[in-house]
Design a binder for this molecule. Structure first.
Ligand SMILES: [Zn+2]
Length: 75
């Protein structure tokens, strides 16, 4: 699976197309307009989110309230 290089940050994340303007904010990674899920938090565009998933594993959005004694890899 080849990874598509992200477009220039002047291009908004596709998720903004279906989001109301009040739910669009700068990506916390690259500052491109992206869909955010509330007034707080750190929104990530799909490209930064993909990179974050690569770094942190698939459970990135669900930070550990319980530790499973692993390194994040469940299989
Ligand atoms: Zn980004």
């Amino acid at each position: 699976m080849t990874s598509t290089p992200p477009p220039p940050i002047s291009e908004p994340d596709p998720s903004t197309f279906t989001a109301s303007s009040s739910h669009v904010g700068p990506c916390s990674g690259c500052q491109r307009p992206t869909h955010k899920y509330g007034s707080g938090g750190l929104p990530l565009c799909q490209w930064c989110l993909a990179a974050a998933r690569d770094n942190w594993g698939p459970a990135v959005r669900f930070t550990s309230t319980r530790t499973q004694g692993g390194d994040g890899r469940t299989r």
